[in-house]
Design a protein around this ligand. Structure first.
Ligand code: ZN
Length: 151
């Protein structure tokens, strides 16, 4: 299958049937992201354990196919990862879409590498990164509430 078809299919599959959709009543952090230029919204919930691993993740949202598919793919990919690993993925995903010099995306991004196609549509980059910014906020607020101050 050519990369463009794969891209279309992945976006369609995840926007029609989002994974990890819903809320987490016992979330340890929650963040909201919105992208007014497109009308996309994402509410993200994570639950981390004592080892700072993301045990549960869920999102609710509305908006274009790319924003919802990216949120869905993200939840699948970061579930079970530590917040440090998830932070590396956020950075790598963001660079994949915004670095001027195109680089082959790191393998740990898995299926998410398909979203590299969004590079061709600069106005959609915000759609694709919306959930990731919400995840970054979740991790930051999680760290500030759970961690003892670094000494
Ligand atoms: Zn959008």
């Amino acid at each position: 299958m050519d990369p463009n078809e794969l891209y279309q299919e992945l976006i369609l599959s995840h926007s029609k049937r989002p994974r990890n959709q819903g809320t987490l009543p016992d979330a340890t952090a929650q963040a909201h992201g919105d992208n007014p230029s497109c009308g996309d919204e994402v509410e993200l919930y994570i639950k981390t354990n004592a080892e700072d691993r993301i045990e549960e993740i869920a999102f609710q949202g509305q908006g274009c196919a790319i924003s919802q598919a990216s949120a869905s793919l993200m939840t699948v990919r970061v579930k079970g990862k530590t917040t440090a690993e998830a932070s590396s993925m956020i950075d790598a995903f963001q660079s994949m879409l915004t670095e001027k010099q195109e680089q082959p995306p790191p393998e740990f991004l898995g299926d998410l590498r398909i979203l590299k196609g969004v590079r061709q549509y600069p106005q959609r980059v915000k759609c694709a990164t919306l959930a990731w910014q919400a995840l970054r906020q979740c991790i930051e607020s999680n760290n500030s509430t759970n961690q003892p101050p670094a000494g």
